[in-house]
Design a protein around this ligand. Structure first.
Ligand SMILES: NC(=O)c1ccc[n+]([C@@H]2O[C@H](COP(=O)([O-])OP(=O)(O)OC[C@H]3O[C@@H](n4cnc5c(N)ncnc54)[C@H](O)[C@@H]3O)[C@@H](O)[C@H]2O)c1
Ligand SMILES: [Fe+2]
Length: 390
């Protein structure tokens, strides 16, 4: 069962994905195929100290690419990270970006490439109505994305999440052409991710699939992808947390993460709406915050999703294929991989809740929640999540 050599492939949706262990060696060729001769590699300061970045830079130099790197990206990236990277890109006349890292580096790299030839400021492209049509498509530089976490699926998404420090809000910068031209999905790059981050990022993939599946609206493609993504998380996330070198588990989690972002074109929901204010104000890890919020949102949504969750529970092969059985299994998974049960454990206090509830109710993901949730409902869910009341 541990033979992962067959877990490889070239996939063409939602973009060109070269999937499989060891495929990082195709990086120079992928840049050329994406039309990039002078890439700027965008990563974060933790990763830039790891041998995998030095190796990637060396590989590209040997292949004659005029590569440079930028590592000024913080977790939960802010506008300054994009501005600084953009300045390096323009000064060095780079013609494309290698976005290399977790969601933070991938999002920042994608937004830098998107902004390369724009004249309007970044916040003009927030994911509101048709604001994306303001962009000059010819000004978008190509991106090769190299994920090193299995959670956000940013490498197969059309948006970047950047925190606006002025208003303490996470904003989504969106354009259909922000989708990376080529993804190099090499599960070996995720092997060094510590167990806690493996658990937290994996739960982000789970939350994406679950919220996409439950969001109202007709999108059977997205639902099909989402349910299989959840099955992969169920089987392989505990294994990846226990043994980070389990390449079979790492491979399936990397796929599940991409399936999550592919599926959430259909919509997200209140797990993300509750999580974004907490992440923006307290700088908590995104996937971890989602993981804590999940059961409280599931309970709130029960009336609208009961039947759907039963169908999902049967697909997952749960012993008790009911809503309660699904809830029990998800709580057990959380416990098993070390996710805290309450938002209080992430530093959320009663005094935060008025503001957070207001922010959650207007978060762009709130509209996808199967049960309409305004300020009072969001507050109730926060109260339950702070107290650990289910
Ligand atoms: N674009 C999207 O659709 C989307 C979706 C969900 C979340 N996000 C955003 O993504 C960000 C979170 O991304 P994330 O969860 O991947 O975490 P992250 O990118 O913030 O990385 C977390 C930490 O893990 C380290 N790390 C990453 N890969 C590693 C590896 N292989 N080995 C050792 N350390 C490694 C990083 O250096 C960093 O310190 C948030 O800002 C969130 O809002 C974006
Ligand atoms: Fe997410």
């Amino acid at each position: 069962m541990n033979d992962a050599t067959s877990l490889t492939g070239n996939w063409n949706y939602p973009t060109a994905i070269r999937f499989g262990a060891g495929r990082i060696k195709e990086l120079p060729e992928a840049c050329k195929a994406a039309g990039i001769a002078k890439p700027l590699l965008v990563t974060d300061p933790g990763l830039s100290k790891l041998p995998m970045i030095a190796a990637a830079l060396e590989l590209c130099r040997k292949a004659g690419l005029g590569i440079a790197s930028f590592d000024g990206v913080k977790s939960n990236p802010v506008a300054k990270n994009v501005d600084d990277g953009l300045a390096v890109l323009r000064k060095g006349k780079h013609d494309g970006v290698i976005a290399f890292g977790g969601g933070s580096a991938l999002d920042t790299g994608k937004v830098i490439a998107f902004m390369a030839g724009q004249t309007r400021p970044m916040w003009d492209f927030e994911d509101i109505g048709d604001w994306w049509t303001r962009a000059d498509e010819k000004g978008i530089a190509p991106v090769v994305a190299v994920p090193t976490t299995a959670g956000t699926g940013s490498e197969t998404g059309r948006a970047g999440v950047i925190t606006d420090e002025a208003s303490h809000t996470k904003k989504i910068i969106f354009h259909p052409k922000m989708m990376p031209r080529i993804v190099l999905a090499d599960p070996e790059l995720t092997v060094g991710l510590p167990p806690q981050l493996t658990a937290a990022t994996g739960m982000d993939a789970f939350a994406h699939c679950l919220e996409a599946y439950c969001a109202p609206g007709y999108h059977p493609y997205a639902e099909g992808i989402a349910v299989e993504g959840i099955r992969l998380v169920k089987t392989f996330l505990p294994r990846a947390v226990v043994d980070g070198t389990d390449i079979e588990a790492r491979s399936h989690m990397l796929a599940a993460s991409q399936m999550g972002s592919t599926a959430f074109q259909k919509g997200l929901g209140a797990i993300h709406s509750l999580s974004h204010p907490v992440g923006a104000v307290l700088d908590t890890h995104h996937g971890l915050t989602n993981a804590v919020a999940m059961p409280y949102v599931l309970k709130f949504n029960r009336a609208a999703i009961d039947e759907k969750i039963q169908r999902l529970a049967r697909w997952l092969g749960l012993r008790n294929p009911t809503f309660d059985g699904f809830m029990e299994w998800s709580l057990e998974l959380r416990r098993q991989i070390g996710i805290p049960h309450t938002l209080a454990e992430l530093g959320v206090k009663e005094s935060h809740l008025d503001k957070f509830a207001e922010m959650a109710a207007v978060d762009p993901t709130a509209g996808g929640n199967p049960v309409k949730a305004g300020v009072p409902e969001m507050r109730k869910m926060y109260e339950a999540a702070v107290a650990g009341r289910l």
